[in-house]
Design a protein around this ligand. Structure first.
Ligand code: BG6
Length: 476
């Protein structure tokens, strides 16, 4: 008997902005990712203040415009996913394909028709779509004209967008996620909330206000899904990294706990339990944050709790109350100090399979809802050998170790319903805009300088993952 339940949802994950391309086709409007340059300046931009959302094509390349051209190659790609035996495929809908500016009243038929074709293609192979409604893709017009999610008006525009897609795809999509990595918003408001704080002083105030708007929008989306699509399931999506204390100094343990409360649990508590958690008032008070709410917001949040909890897992985080600048250093995307027990990827992300078991236990213990891992994987440089093979044993090792820990968590009693590894086909990196940071089982011939044929090739991990799925996780 396999540890994973029958019908376990094995598959892969993507996001429209990182792989679809066709950025100016089918009536699509521009969105946030279209103005993010490729290269080393990108990460700085994501975490700093004062970005003007203008493109500078003399200075930069904009890789998200072309992605890996799934827009034209979806049939070939879906056939490869089917060959691996995918049960589920996580993808997002690009909001600006459906509402090019975001504030129109009528959706763009060409955009709607594109996703019909994709869902129909998936259905041919019995692959279930898992659709993220908002994955770092706020329409650019809503950013420039309205200031992104800081502005309450976005709740209304989002309502229109979700109604349009729920009505259109009600017979094709049952599982939905509202906001990708919603809790990453205070760290990277640019991608999560579609605005760049005017200064670091207002960053927290504006980010938490934006988050409140997303909580209301998400809760309304859950209610609409249940009304429009009977039997539908809507999940929240968190970026989750267990927070370890650097040592047994109680000050460090307390600090780690507080970081975990704010970063890991605050958003989940609101979206799963339907209320702002007990610890947040003190945090808001300490940081001078005041949230403007409308009369029914808290009721809406209470009535729109999610059906399941999904999350991304790449790394754990180690915290110390007092950090020297050297300890802080470069590394994990979400901060912390270096953990002496862990090795890191070529991008400094600490690799911690046991942390995934801890994450699953923490989330299940707190929420008691079905869990789904909707992102996990190793961003690495791949080499195509002279005979055309790509021997990504490092990726197989990484995934094997993580799936082994998932098994342990299931034995611990966690209700885990699925796993979609990130970037099942190579795509543009979110944080660096690189093609060379590859996650896929399928290699795409496309490079950081823009060259490449876009040809797809199977890596060694392709057949490995196929066997994992066929054996329902027994053969790793
Ligand atoms: C998650 C995002 O944070 O991590 C994805 O939801 C992203 O969009 C993934 O691509 C991996 O990060 P990166 O920066 O390596 O692409």
């Amino acid at each position: 008997m396999s540890t994973f339940k029958e019908g376990f949802l094995w598959g892969g994950a993507t996001a429209a902005n990182q792989f679809e391309g066709g950025f100016d086709e089918g009536g699509r409007g521009l969105n946030l990712a279209d103005v993010l340059p490729g290269g080393k300046d990108r990460l700085k931009l994501l975490t700093s203040s004062g970005f003007d959302f203008e493109m500078d094509t003399e200075k930069y390349r904009y890789p998200n415009h072309e992605g890996i051209d799934f827009y034209h190659r979806y049939k070939e790609d879906i056939a490869l996913f089917a060959e691996m035996g995918f049960k589920v495929f996580r993808m997002s809908i690009a909001w600006s394909r459906i509402f090019p500016n975001g504030d129109e009243t009528e959706p763009n038929e060409e955009g709607l028709a594109f996703y019909d074709r994709v869902f129909d293609e998936l259905a041919k192979y019995d692959i279930e779509p898992l659709v993220t409604i908002a994955h770092y893709e706020t329409p650019l017009h809503l950013i420039k004209e309205y200031g992104g999610w800081k502005n309450r008006k976005l709740v209304e525009f989002f309502d229109r967008y979700v109604e349009a897609i729920f009505n259109r795809y009600k017979n094709k999509v049952t599982r939905w996620l509202t906001f990708n990595e919603i809790n990453g918003a205070t760290h990277m408001p640019l991608v999560g909330l579609g605005f760049s704080p005017s200064s670091d002083d207002v960053r927290l105030q504006e980010s938490f206000q934006g988050l409140h708007h997303q909580f209301v929008a998400s809760a309304r989306a859950v209610q609409k899904a249940h009304a429009i699509i009977p039997g539908s399931q809507v999940g929240c999506m968190l970026i989750y990294a267990p927070v370890y204390a650097y040592d047994s100094n109680p000050e460090n343990i307390l600090h780690a706990k507080k970081e975990a409360d704010i970063f890991n649990f605050f958003c989940g508590d609101v979206q799963v339990r339907g209320e702002y958690p007990y610890f947040i008032d003190h945090y808001f008070e300490e940081n001078g944050i005041e949230i403007k709410m409308e009369e029914n917001d808290l009721t809406t949040i209470k009535q729109g709790t999610v059906d399941f909890v999904s999350f991304s897992y790449y790394m754990s985080r180690t915290e110390k109350k007092e950090k020297t600048p050297e300890e802080q250093g470069e590394g994990n995307l979400i901060g912390g100090v270096k953990n002496p027990f862990l090795k890191a990827s070529d991008w400094g992300w600490e690799i911690d399979p046991v942390g995934l078991r801890i994450a699953l236990n923490e989330l299940y213990g707190r929420y008691r809802k079905p869990l789904m891992i909707v992102e996990n994987g190793l961003g690495a440089y791949d080499k195509v050998e002279e005979d055309g093979s790509i021997n990504d044993d490092y990726r197989i090792d990484y995934l094997r170790a993580h799936i082994a820990q998932m098994k342990e968590a299931v034995k611990d009693g966690v209700d885990l319903i699925g796993y979609t590894s990130w970037g099942c086909i190579d795509l543009v990196s979110m944080s660096t805009g690189q093609y060379s940071k590859r996650y896929g089982f399928i290699y795409v011939d496309k490079h950081d300088d823009g060259s490449g044929t876009l040809e797809r090739k199977k890596k060694k991990s392709f057949d490995w993952y196929k066997q994992v799925i066929a054996s329902n996780g027994k053969e790793l």
